[in-house]
Design a protein around this ligand. Structure first.
Ligand code: SF4
Length: 357
């Protein structure tokens, strides 16, 4: 079945942190996560759960929600109890919201102790998380760091802050910590994450923050994350996009696939089209790409405009479709299995695909 790249990556040895039903760290699969992008009211819970189930089909393993008010606490509790994947509560400023979310049974909380206030508040959160149990992400961003590190370059300041905060967790004897050091500058993100990873055994959550709309985000996130993942650094990733949650998850999965760390899912090969095209690859992808990304089996699928380069370029594909004269060809591993009219093409392709699932 689908050709998976093997970059012989040796994952960094870290502590293993249980988060709901999954493990983050060491040799556990790198988990793709995303963050809910809207306010959730009590009436929204059912539709939110349906969308989470769909995100899971795309390869998402963790979902994070903002908890910004007392009203949010029971709502995230209900979502956490019913969700098909672990739920993370993202909390700033009010440590009582973290205590509430932990009591409601969320699987992980994300805090930046710098926005939580005096250290005793962070210690209270840690104690509650220990009793629950609930994992904690120590999530630092370049924009909100303690003043004592203001003379340092922002990446160095993030590392120094994270080491300082991590000490609080160590003093409290709480091991289930995941750390992220995010900047909107991909190179700062890369250097800070690498430096912190080399000094500690905490699992790392990777991401470039405020990375922009789809194209800039894909470029920046790929730049920073692939360099880290190739070194074995990174245990969970979030691609931040001013766009849809599906795009974040698909991009995260593509990054893992590119470095050979995706355990399953579809690799799509499709040509950009040129004057030789006898099959409209653009329209086919617009119509079917999302469906293909939800296949969780390892498959390579090709969609080519013509057979000139098409079948040869994609001969390793498990299944492919291409135009040829006024016919459409379906091929498997470079061998033609069907030749149909353009009107029959999509049905024929999906019938053949079905035989591989
Ligand atoms: S596969 Fe054919 S149509 Fe597509 S870019 Fe190559 S030559 Fe052009």
């Amino acid at each position: 079945m689908g050709e998976q790249r093997n970059m012989n990556i040796t994952r960094r040895s870290t502590r293993r942190v249980p988060v709901g039903g999954i493990i983050i760290g060491s040799d556990a699969p790198v988990a793709v996560q995303t963050m809910w992008d809207r306010l959730v009211t009590k009436d929204d819970v059912d539709s939110v759960l349906k969308e989470i189930a769909l995100l899971k089909e795309y390869g998402c393993s963790l979902i994070r929600f903002t908890v910004a008010s007392d009203e949010d606490v029971p709502i995230i509790g209900e979502i956490a109890r019913k969700s098909p994947m672990p739920v993370v509560a993202d909390i700033h400023y009010r440590h009582t919201l973290a205590l509430g979310a932990i009591a409601e049974g969320v699987h992980k909380i994300r805090i930046n102790p710098g926005t939580i206030g005096p250290a005793w508040k962070t210690r209270e959160i840690i104690k509650a998380a220990k009793d629950a149990p609930c994992a904690i992400r120590l999530g630092l961003n370049g924009g909100s760091l303690p003043k004592e590190f203001s003379s340092l370059e922002s990446g160095e300041a993030m590392v120094a802050s994270a080491l300082m905060y991590a000490d609080i967790f160590e003093q409290e004897g709480f091991p289930d910590v995941i750390v992220s050091l995010k900047s909107s500058d991909p190179e700062v993100t890369r250097r800070a994450s690498e430096s912190f990873a080399l000094q500690t055994d905490y699992p790392m959550h990777l991401g470039v923050t405020e990375a922009g709309p789809l194209i800039p985000s894909v470029v920046k996130s790929t730049y920073a994350l692939t360099r880290l993942l190739e070194q074995g650094i990174g245990d969970t990733i979030r691609v931040s996009i001013s766009g849809s949650l599906q795009e974040e998850v698909i991009t995260g999965m593509e990054i893992l696939r590119t470095v050979g760390l995706a355990e399953q899912g579809v690799q799509i090969i499709s040509c950009p089209k040129c004057g030789r095209a006898r099959f409209d690859t653009h329209q086919f992808m617009i119509k079917h790409e999302q469906k293909l990304h939800r296949i969780r089996k390892s498959l390579t699928i090709a969609c080519m405009g013509c057979p000139v380069n098409g079948i040869n370029e994609a001969r390793h594909a498990d299944i492919g479709i291409t135009g040829s004269g006024n016919r459409v060809i379906i091929f498997k591993k470079g061998e033609i299995v069907r030749e149909v009219t353009p009107e029959e093409a999509e049905d024929a392709f999906f019938e053949e695909l079905e035989t591989l699932l």
